[in-house]
Design a protein around this ligand. Structure first.
Ligand SMILES: NC(=O)C1=CN([C@@H]2O[C@H](COP(=O)(O)OP(=O)(O)OC[C@H]3O[C@@H](n4cnc5c(N)ncnc54)[C@H](OP(=O)(O)O)[C@@H]3O)[C@@H](O)[C@H]2O)C=CC1
Ligand SMILES: O=C(O)CCC(=O)C(=O)O
Length: 354
């Protein structure tokens, strides 16, 4: 297969290569892979979810471990599922080790892991804007999704002075022209993380907000876009709409949310475009830090983990600039692909694989 640094091939993602490149970009000693299950948790009780997780781990436990493969959460898998999976692992193996990440704080989890992907995505975006002599302060931001990544992307963007005006789920999006502030985010966390409700309820609660059923938020005018819901949620037409509305930066919180033609449109229009493997690497980075803490039998303070996350995102940004800068524009897709590839290729050559 030919390696083209300007193209993120979905077949590579299928093979887990996207994750391999992402994990290598973090600078932490980790390989990478992807896996999943076709169990739909929507409408299932906690007990049903628990039994599914236990059954899965009954087969999986012999293949994973703290020094082999360390699974973590992703779309549809959060703290509840990781806890059930870890409980079953411990029951079967009779060992308390860091064989999964995203664990609860009372049994080996890391502070800031819950927030890490969203926070990291915002740190990466701030790095892109700072490099271009700008910042998130005062920028209008459109965020898609209202799951783990979207909520903490919104939280950190608000913290850095941006105005977040949308969130979404699979049924549509809400637009709040006044901005979703920290207080409104408390409502969303409770709605989504505790009650497992629908984003439309936000518009029932805050009268100036409007719900758009069956639509995605890309028609809302903004300076920064954070696609944080799911794959292929931002098409070429959506990209053209965002460019037409003057978007300056797009940072992918979700995995491969922008269709290939849309990504090309952003790069061709010189929009600062942070691809997932760089922009959302904060999640796996703090999973790596959770493994470090587990191995040391230590729990680092929140500020320490957040500082490390910030520094890892800044380092990834630097690697992208090093390999992607030309004629006054940083092509972050190119930069991330080359930086990720070099580390993996160098390791393979050193191992004597070829
Ligand atoms: N969690 C993490 O640490 C990391 C996650 N990612 C990626 O980020 C993205 C989001 O993950 P995460 O926040 O953890 O997942 P969650 O399950 O917590 O949230 C997913 C969000 O996306 C929405 N969604 C799902 N399917 C669709 C769809 N077909 N159309 C529109 N909206 C949809 C969901 O809505 P609904 O509730 O209606 O289903 C929900 O709001 C994924 O691409 C994931 O792979 C990447 C790196 C790390
Ligand atoms: O926490 C992890 O190890 C995985 C994060 C993740 O799902 C991703 O990077 O796509």
């Amino acid at each position: 297969m030919r390696f083209d640094p300007d193209v993120t091939l979905s077949v590579l993602k299928f093979l887990g290569f996207e994750q391999v490149f992402k994990n290598s970009l973090t600078g932490l000693p980790m390989g990478g892979a992807k896996g999943g299950a076709n169990f739909n948790p929507k409408g299932k009780s906690d007990r049903e979810v628990m039994r599914f997780c236990q059954s899965l781990m009954t087969e999986l436990h012999r293949h994973i471990g703290e020094d082999t493969d360390v699974p973590a959460g992703d779309i549809g898998v959060g703290g509840r599922e990781i806890s059930y999976l870890f409980g079953q692992y411990k029951r079967l193996e009779n060992r308390f080790v860091g064989s999964l990440t995203g664990k609860g704080l009372t049994f080996g989890g890391s502070l800031v892991r819950t927030e890490a992907t969203g926070y990291g995505c915002v740190y990466f975006c701030e790095n892109m804007l700072n490099h271009a002599g700008d910042s998130l302060q005062g920028k209008t931001c459109v965020v898609s999704g209202s799951g783990n990544v979207a909520i903490y992307t919104a939280e950190n963007a608000i913290e850095l002075g941006a105005k977040v005006v949308t969130l979404s789920d699979s049924s549509g999006f809400v637009h709040d022209p006044d901005g979703i502030d920290a207080e409104k985010l408390v409502f969303i966390k409770s709605l989504k993380e505790v009650d497992r409700g629908r984003i439309s309820e936000y518009a029932d609660h805050f009268s100036r907000a409007k719900f758009y059923a069956g639509q995605r938020p890309w028609s809302v005018s903004c300076e920064v876009a954070f696609p944080c819901a799911t794959q292929n949620e931002l098409s070429l037409d959506d990209a053209k709409t965002l460019i037409g509305n003057g978007v300056l930066a797009v940072a992918e919180g979700a995995n491969m949310p922008t269709e290939l033609a849309g990504a090309h449109a952003f790069v061709n229009s010189k929009v600062l475009f942070g691809p997932a493997k760089a922009a959302n690497a904060g999640g796996v980075a703090v999973s790596g830090l959770e493994q470090s803490q587990n191995a040391l039998r230590l729990s680092w303070p929140r500020e320490d983990v957040d500082t490390k996350l910030k520094s890892i995102m800044s380092d990834i940004h630097q690697k992208c600039v090093k390999h992607g800068q030309a004629n006054g524009y940083v092509n972050y897709v190119r930069g991330a692909n080359i930086a990720g590839f070099i580390k993996v290729a160098d390791a393979m050559l050193a191992y004597g694989v070829v």
